[in-house]
Design a protein around this ligand. Structure first.
Ligand SMILES: [Zn+2]
Length: 369
């Protein structure tokens, strides 16, 4: 629940109950991960990010790559991302290549064995569309999942700055040990590779080819920043749950971006004990402005979707970010009644009074605490 003062800060009606159907629109655990991934990519430029993927049966008779939190297949998410971008009049070259890549990855996972290694690369998107000049190289270790037949992928996304297509080719040639040549970013996105073994360690190759040099003190700093920010990230998630208008939600998000920027420079100077007691109102005054340009990308989040940085992620796993569902467009995505499975149309992000109070088919009440 929101604290008293947070509630005041979010300007919600105190007599309004929290909508219980919110979690079918945006999963709070997925949202926390996505906020962190966003901050790591755009504000902190984190060098190595970790992901976990599961290739599992879920509740179906087929194995798919699934979201850890809601069980939705990555392919389904990929298709939705394409549909949304088409509706918004945006290019879908990268998203289509990613979807192809997911399908190819699933094909390979059907016959893959524990101990094998996934190699995938995401060179940057076009500069004129607002993508920053950095990319990611992914290494995933395959192991047995929780249930029989499930495969778990422990992924590391290594960020490389100002990369060229040739460097990505050279890296795969070196660690794969065979001749390899792609011409454009989409070729890499659509071709994840599962190799039975690598020819040596990856990080030294990334160092030789891209000049990648992991900085333990910076990685430790990023972890500290995210730890400090947890309570503020939770405040943001509570604001989403409270259904505050999109424009105010964006201010709340700016707080996170500006705070991350501030901590990045001043983490050793700020008196954290004092700072953590700062009220939400004071946080707003200090941090709710449009953030500075993010390193290498087109800027911080804005209310104009065409400029929103989450649309220009070079990390292919950020393509499925719930932040897009939160901020792009004026309606939430469609969701399912958890009692009977009826599809309910996503409601307005700006008018909570229009949210569906109960399932039109089975009568399950959504909006009651
Ligand atoms: Zn129902």
């Amino acid at each position: 629940m929101l604290t008293q003062e947070a509630r005041a800060a979010y300007r919600t009606q105190s007599n309004e109950a929290f909508p219980q159907n919110y979690e079918r629109k945006i999963n709070p655990l997925a949202l926390r991960d996505d906020v962190e991934s966003y901050l790591k990519e755009y504000r902190l430029q984190t060098q190595i990010n970790k992901y976990e993927l599961n290739f599992s049966f879920g509740n179906s008779e087929y194995r798919h790559l699934r979201d850890t939190y809601d069980g939705e297949t990555m392919i389904e998410k990929g298709k939705k991302a394409i549909e949304r971008r088409i509706r918004e009049g945006k290019s879908v070259n990268r998203e289509e290549a990613e979807l192809e890549g997911l399908q190819l990855l699933e094909d390979q996972l059907q016959v893959a064995r524990p101990g094998e290694v996934l190699v995938w690369a995401s060179p940057p998107g076009p500069k004129n569309e607002g993508y920053g000049n950095y990319g990611f190289f992914y290494i995933g270790n395959l192991s047995s999942g929780k249930q029989a037949g499930d495969v778990s992928l422990e992924m590391e996304a290594v960020r490389v700055e100002q990369p060229t297509i040739d460097q990505f080719n050279k890296t795969i040639q070196t660690i794969g040990g065979y001749d390899f040549h792609f011409d454009k970013a989409e070729d890499f996105l659509s071709h994840p590779l599962i190799l039975s073994e690598l020819k040596g360690d990856v990080l030294p190759v990334l160092h030789d080819v891209f000049g990648f040099s992991p900085d333990p003190s910076k990685m430790e700093r990023d972890q500290r920043i995210l730890k400090i920010m947890q309570s503020k990230i939770q405040d943001f998630i509570q604001a989403v749950k409270a259904g505050i208008p999109k424009i105010e939600l964006l201010q709340q998000f700016h707080i996170l971006e500006n705070l991350a920027d501030d901590l990045k420079v001043n983490i050793d100077k700020i008196d954290l004990t004092h700072w953590l007691t700062v009220s939400p109102e004071q946080m707003m005054i200090r941090y709710d402005h449009q953030p500075a340009f993010a390193g290498g990308s087109c800027g911080g989040s804005t209310e104009h979707n065409s400029d929103a940085p989450w649309d220009h992620s070079n990390d292919l796993f950020n393509s499925f970010s719930t932040l897009k569902e939160l901020f792009n467009g004026d309606r939430y995505p469609d969701y399912q009644c958890d009692s009977c499975g009826t599809t309910i149309h996503g409601e307005s992000k700006n008018d909570r009074s229009s949210w569906t109070p109960s399932c039109p088919k089975c009568g399950k009440v959504f909006n009651k605490c």
